[in-house]
Write a protein that binds this ligand. Structure first.
Ligand SMILES: Cc1cc2nc3c(=O)[nH]c(=O)nc-3n(C[C@H](O)[C@H](O)[C@H](O)COP(=O)(O)O)c2cc1C
Length: 195
């Protein structure tokens, strides 16, 4: 699970905790990377990582937590990608992580556009999570966050089983998940666990 929320105990953290509980009882082993505590630099757009062909991720020139994170991504069977909607898109924290997924692209100099290294491979599953102050139905249609989370999943070779979107989540200082969101979470986790 990659968590792009800034806030400890906020909506994203609560959704992740709920999903962990359900995955645990389904027998899955889980690991959360909270990007707010994780050492990642911004992508330099040097494209060194994109020059050599192959389905394995390229090597980034930056010496931070990304190489270890890519190893965890490669080892995982499924993913939860989570980011709140800020100014209509995923959080900057998640976007910084997404841009570092450049290692999953093959884009040598002279080629007009990148290719996804994992395209055509066996797709793993991904559950996507976002939230907004706006009602869920509006948020999922209006904002770019859902599409961006889908792009992140596709980049690492995963196919989304669904977007869990918690709307109206900014009315209280300590937001609580609605019964509807809790029930949607359990059906999506079921899809994630089923073969
Ligand atoms: C800087 C900032 C920008 C936001 N932009 C939007 C927005 O464009 N639309 C919206 O509906 N909610 C917006 N929100 C509300 C957040 O999406 C919402 O509070 C979210 O649930 C926060 O997730 P968290 O509890 O994990 O921190 C914004 C919140 C902040 C702090």
């Amino acid at each position: 699970m990659v968590n792009g929320s800034y806030r400890e105990g906020g909506v994203t953290d609560q959704l992740i905790a709920l999903v962990i509980e359900q995955l645990d009882s389904g027998g899955a082993e889980t690991e959360v990377i909270n990007l707010r505590d994780y050492p990642l630099e911004f992508c330099l757009n040097c494209r060194e990582c994109m020059q050599l062909p192959g389905s394995a991720p390229g090597k980034c020139v930056l010496d931070d937590g990304m190489a270890a994170l890519v190893e965890r991504i490669e080892a995982a069977d499924a993913y939860i990608l989570a980011a709140p909607t800020n100014f209509g898109s995923v959080s900057a924290l998640f976007k910084r992580f997404m841009e570092r997924l450049a290692v999953y692209g093959y884009w040598p100099w002279g080629q007009p556009a990148p290719k996804f290294r994992k395209a055509g491979g066996v797709a793993k599953k991904a559950l996507l999570i976002s939230s907004s102050a706006a009602p869920g139905l509006i948020g999922r249609w209006l904002y770019a966050s859902g599409k961006q989370l889908r792009t992140a999943a596709k980049t690492i070779g995963a196919k989304p089983v669904g977007l869990l979107f918690s709307g109206m989540s900014s009315q209280q200082a300590q937001p609580r998940l609605s019964p509807r969101t809790i029930s949607a979470a359990s059906s999506m986790v079921h899809k994630l666990l089923s073969r």
